[in-house]
Design a protein around this ligand. Structure first.
Ligand SMILES: [Fe+2]
Ligand SMILES: [Fe+2]
Length: 162
């Protein structure tokens, strides 16, 4: 396999692992602040991000390469309120989309068509990810009372179901 593609795939693996640990931190913040619905939603995202990581690792293995994991940095864990949490999730998804596209561009430039096809799944997935993250920011922004936030928390899993 082409070295540039291997490096790009490794940096995307780190982005997916970083997304998983960030969502784990967001789930903990939500649990600590009595938003069990949001906590459950973010825990589901942790599982999804781990699947994404696994998919990239398997791709390297399938092509005979040895995936190597790096150190994960501590996630940000101090948030002012639920809106800041939702905005952090959206920012993270946008950055993950940028990572996927950058990896895709390397695969294209190096004519690694197997990686290109594999990464197309991630491009489609990132559209979905940004849909829920944008929707979450909108719904939290609109909930202007603690009562509204309470109700939003109870329904968020269904509201953002794909
Ligand atoms: Fe992901
Ligand atoms: Fe994601």
């Amino acid at each position: 396999m082409n070295k540039k593609v291997i490096d790009a795939l490794h940096s995307q693996i780190e982005k997916e692992r970083d997304a998983a640990i960030t969502y784990e931190a967001l789930a903990i913040w939500c649990s600590a602040n009595e938003y069990p619905g949001f906590a459950a939603f973010f825990k589901k995202q942790v599982a999804e991000e781990r699947e994404h990581t696994e998919k990239l690792i398997q791709h390297l293995l399938d092509l005979g390469e040895m995936p190597v994991l790096g150190a994960t940095k501590a996630p940000h864990s101090n948030y002012k309120d639920l809106l800041e949490v939702a905005k952090a999730a959206l920012a993270h998804e946008k950055s993950n989309t940028a990572g996927v596209l950058a990896t895709y561009e390397v695969a294209l430039a190096e004519k690694d068509y197997a990686s290109k096809i594999m990464l197309e799944w991630f491009i489609t997935e990132q559209v979905e990810e940004e849909v829920w993250a944008n929707k979450m920011v909108t719904l939290v922004s609109r909930a202007s009372s603690s009562n509204a936030l309470y109700n939003l928390d109870r329904n968020i899993i269904n509201d953002l179901a794909d």
